[in-house]
Design a protein around this ligand. Structure first.
Ligand SMILES: C[S@@+](CC[C@H](N)C(=O)[O-])C[C@H]1O[C@@H](n2cnc3c(N)ncnc32)[C@H](O)[C@@H]1O
Length: 189
C-alpha cells in the first residue's frame, strides 16, 4: 500500500469536514444505474461513498474500494447493507470478481481503467467522471497527468464499448474550486 497516499487522504478527510458531507450520487450513476436487484457494482476510490450508497439503495451489491480508512469508516457508518468496503491501494489491487456496473469518479488513473475493463460483464455499464485540463480551472493541478484531455474518455472507450452519453461541463457548486469536468457512460458490447 502506498503509505504516502494513504496518509495524505486520511489527513484530508480529517481536516476538511466538507469532504465528509453526504452528497448526491453523480448524474450518470443516477441515470444509468437504475435497476440493480442481484447485480454487482464496483465503486473505485469511493471516498465516503455517495455513489456506493446510491447503488446499494437500488439493490446493487457494491464493492467499494478506497485507500483511506477514515473515508471507509464514514461510509460504513452511513449504510449497513449492500456495501462491502475494501481498504486497498488501487495501484496494485487485483480484481477477481466481475461487475454489472463500474464507477470511477473524481479519481484519474488511466491504467486502472484499462485493468478493470475486463472486470465488466458484457452489457455492463462503466461510468467515469473526473477533471478536465482547462485554462479556466481555478485550481492548477501540479501533475497534468491527473487531468483528462478534452474528448479523451471517448478515445479510452472507443473499442468494445458503446457510448451511451458523454458530457463536458463545469463542476458542482459544492466543490472547493471551479473546474471543468468530463463524464462518460458506456456499455460493454
Ligand atoms: C476526490 S476523492 C473521490 C471520492 C468519490 N469517488 C467521489 O466522487 O465522491 C478521491 C479518493 O481517492 C482515494 N484514493 C487516492 N489514491 C488512492 C489509491 N492509490 N488507492 C485507492 N484509493 C485512493 C482517496 O482516498 C479519495 O477517497
Amino acid at each position: 500500500m502506498s503509505i504516502k497516499d494513504k496518509e495524505k487522504w486520511d489527513k484530508k478527510y480529517n481536516q476538511i469536514p466538507t469532504l465528509l458531507e453526504p452528497r448526491e450520487a453523480t448524474l450518470f450513476v443516477k441515470k444509468y444505474a437504475t435497476v440493480g436487484g442481484g447485480l454487482k457494482a464496483l465503486d473505485l476510490a469511493c471516498g465516503v461513498g455517495r455513489n456506493s450508497i446510491y447503488l446499494a439503495n437500488r439493490g446493487f451489491s457494491v464493492d467499494s474500494i478506497d485507500i483511506s480508512k477514515e473515508a471507509l469508516d464514514i461510509l460504513n457508518s452511513r449504510i449497513n447493507f449492500g456495501v462491502n468496503t475494501i481498504e486497498a491501494d488501487l495501484d496494485d489491487y487485483i480484481f477477481k470478481d466481475r461487475y454489472n456496473i463500474i464507477v470511477k469518479c473524481n479519481y484519474l488513473d488511466r491504467g486502472l481503467i484499462e485493468r478493470t475493463k475486463s472486470s465488466l460483464e458484457l452489457g455492463g455499464v462503466y461510468i467515469v467522471e473526473t477533471y478536465l485540463d482547462d485554462k479556466d480551472n481555478e485550481k492548477k493541478e501540479s501533475n497534468p497527468n491527473f487531468l483528462l484531455k478534452k474528448g479523451e474518455l471517448k478515445q479510452i472507450f472507443k473499442d468494445g464499448f458503446e457510448i451511451l452519453e458523454y458530457n463536458e461541463f463545469t463542476n458542482e457548486s459544492f466543490e472547493s474550486y471551479r473546474m471543468k469536468k468530463a463524464a462518460i457512460a458506456v456499455r460493454k458490447i
